[in-house]
Design a protein around this ligand. Structure first.
Ligand code: SAH
Length: 399
């Protein structure tokens, strides 16, 4: 019965946000939410009582409301709606994704399933519930049933992010296999093979959002390449197919151990170039190599998110500038810089301005070959800017 559904009233700011096509209302924009249980399905109204849609509520997160639909639907319609959305998400990827058996099947807000992530690594699916609502047993069962229908052969594991459980005030839970027997497999993207193990102490996986950028980076030039922040070798393994030598750097020994195992997986099939894996702080290494006069034909910079909040953006931009400045100085004329930022809070224009300043300081001329973002299986929902986070700019450094 629609009548039994809890109603949450939002102020004019919250209402304007939803009417503007966004899906979130912050807690500070709620007028009344007393006694609404955690993770509940709710109806949203403005202060005049006008209907704004149906949503999932979190009693803990700053994002109190995540809209599912602008229609006011009955609670009984929630399960069919979620199933329909999951089916649509799967269909969308089946039309779009090529050359890989690993991709994001459900990307939260961008698939109108706010709080739900599903990644596919060949025959193993990895599910993440980011909100109180999707942690509910009944919704998990709905989601698992919809997944089983579309991927009957796949194993499914639930990956738990302890930090998110704390933010959502959910009790701790272990990552676990929820269907099938496999928690590890080998997946292939752009013809390059990778290990995946979702449960082992040393987890493996991939930044699926970079898949198309790996292929783009490997389209340019040849010679010597340097991949800073390589993690498990995503860019390096792609570059090794076209570059004479690849040096790959990361500060994490466990990540590099997986990278080396990934290299072995590909060596026989591709006769890929030799990769030198180096455990180091990329900032220090770039400085030392620059001093030593080393030069490269391509450099990849894919650091972790430096800006976790809007307030840390200027510090983050200084970090990005330092890295990019050093890299620009070390490129041979005609060399290529592939430079990324996965901080949502750093906009593309801020990132480009930072690059321009770095080029000026480095005394180099650079041209934009490509302005790229996350792979298409991580779509950007136009009215929810938070769904766009990855920047990948490819520069041709002329002199
Ligand atoms: N390029 C990778 C993803 C990089 S994730 C890919 O496409 O798969 C960021 C990586 O930066 C992590 O592996 C982390 O261990 C590493 N890292 C963080 N700080 C670092 C530092 N100061 N120097 C080198 N690596 C660092």
């Amino acid at each position: 019965m629609a009548d039994s559904v809890a109603v949450i009233t939002v102020n004019h700011r919250g209402a304007a946000r939803l009417r503007g096509g966004h899906l979130w209302v912050y807690r500070s924009d709620l007028v009344a939410s007393a006694n609404v249980p955690r993770g509940t399905f709710v109806h949203v109204r403005d202060e005049r009582g006008r209907r704004l849609g149906s949503a999932l509520y979190s009693s803990a997160s700053q994002i109190a409301i995540r809209l599912l639909t602008s229609d006011q639907i009955a609670e009984e319609q929630l399960t069919p709606l979620l199933r329909e959305r999951i089916t649509a998400a799967v269909d969308f990827r089946q039309h779009l994704v090529r050359g890989t058996d690993a991709y994001r099947v459900v990307f939260s807000e961008a698939d109108l399933l706010p709080g739900l992530i599903l990644d596919k690594y060949n025959d193993v699916l990895s599910l993440q519930a980011l909100t109180q609502a999707f942690d509910r047993d009944d919704l998990r069962q709905t989601v698992l049933a919809a997944i089983a229908e579309r991927f009957p052969e796949a194993s499914v594991l639930e990956r738990v992010d302890p930090h998110i459980r704390v933010l959502e005030q959910l009790p701790p839970r272990e990552s676990q296999l929820v269907r099938g027997e496999r928690s590890s497999t080998i997946f292939t993207m752009n013809g390059v093979r990778f290990h995946f193990d979702g449960l082992a102490g040393q987890k493996t996986g991939a930044f699926l959002d970079q898949r198309e950028n790996y292929a783009a980076a490997a389209r340019y030039a040849s010679g010597d390449a340097l991949d800073c922040f390589t993690y498990q070798g995503g860019f390096a393994l792609h570059l090794a197919r076209v570059y004479k030598s690849v040096t790959a750097v990361d500060s994490s020994r466990p990540a590099l151990e997986v990278a080396e195992r990934n290299e072995q997986l590909n060596r026989a099939a591709h006769g890929c170039g030799e990769i030198e894996w180096i455990e180091a702080n990329a900032f220090d290494l770039l400085k030392d190599y620059a001093t030593a006069g080393r030069q490269y034909d391509a450099i990849v910079l894919d650091p972790p998110a430096f800006a976790k909040t809007r307030r840390t953006v200027s510090t983050a931009l200084r970090g990005y500038k330092e890295l990019n400045l050093r890299a620009l100085k070390m490129l041979r004329p005609g060399g290529v810089l592939v430079t990324c930022s996965c901080s949502f809070h750093v906009s593309e224009s801020e990132f480009l301005e930072m690059l321009a300043a770095a080029a000026a300081d480095a005394g180099r001329r650079a041209r934009i070959l490509e302005k790229r973002g996350q792979a298409q299986d991580h779509p950007v929902l136009l009215n929810v800017p938070e769904t766009a986070y990855l920047k990948c700019v490819i520069l041709d450094v002329t002199n």
